[in-house]
Write a protein that binds this ligand. Sequence first.
Ligand SMILES: NC(=O)c1ccc[n+]([C@@H]2O[C@H](COP(=O)([O-])OP(=O)(O)OC[C@H]3O[C@@H](n4cnc5c(N)ncnc54)[C@H](O)[C@@H]3O)[C@@H](O)[C@H]2O)c1
Length: 274
Amino acid sequence: MSYAEQMFSLTDEIAIVTGGAGVLPSAMATTMLRAGARVALWGRGTNHPVQEAVEKLVRETGVSADRMTAVTVDTADEQAVEAAFDQTVSDFGMPTILVNGVGGNSGKGDFVDIDVTAFEQVVSLNLLAGLVIPLKACARRWMDAGQDASVINLASMTSYKGLSGVWAYNAAKSAVLNLTEGAAKEFAPHGIRVNGIAPGFFLGYQNRALLVADDQTGELTARGQAIIDRTPFGRFGKMEDIEGATLFLASRRAAGFVTGVTIPVDGGYLVDNI
Ligand SMILES: NC(=O)c1ccc[n+]([C@@H]2O[C@H](COP(=O)([O-])OP(=O)(O)OC[C@H]3O[C@@H](n4cnc5c(N)ncnc54)[C@H](O)[C@@H]3O)[C@@H](O)[C@H]2O)c1
């Protein structure tokens, strides 16, 4: 094994990727598969069926199909998450990595027009289904088993500074940053590292309509163009852009002393100035 392989190999790791059929979670699963991990994709199975996503990733990466499994689960449902954990243990053994990939935004508007029900749904999606419920279930099992582990949460540019009109998403994603730090402190004595990645702007299923006006021509919405104008690299992220940070945080050799950090992968969006 080369030095780089020793540093970043995930051959002994078993990763859960929630929202695993989604765009960024799939890219994160891809890099972990390529680094040798076995990967359980967890997803709701409604809009983007996880079984199809598994088949696609097996085709694209060329890994053997027995290194992946699909688990249909709504991560907002605590009992279903416990059952999904049991299924993953029975498929592969004790998981060692959790990527909290569930999340997303829907709609935007003025503060005075906030629809409280819709607001609650977005907060619940990003904070409960997207972090608290899976982390709670996994951390309890890991502590009971004396298993060390690595967690990667999905924060956002809105974790640092809100975007206009997406009030619930702003609130939830700033809380993701906060809970990543708090959980890192609490779980450190158990060898459980909790970190995050804050992607800049990537075209996912959940935000495409907000950023792209015309899928045929690639014409952007005014908001999509404003984002490009404020991203020093002058483009949206490509899926492979998220791979390196994922591999680094997942690797116990490379990041074994790293916890509570969130790494922006944003083409310079956070350091833009005039
Ligand atoms: N795309 C971006 O530019 C961007 C930027 C910053 C942060 N993020 C965050 O990264 C994460 C992934 O984003 P994406 O753009 O790849 O989204 P995506 O919509 O492509 O993927 C999310 C997946 O989660 C699944 N899902 C939603 N609710 C679920 C639930 N309760 N249980 C199980 N599965 C569920 C969806 O079906 C979908 O397959 C989200 O947390 C998002 O907020 C994305």
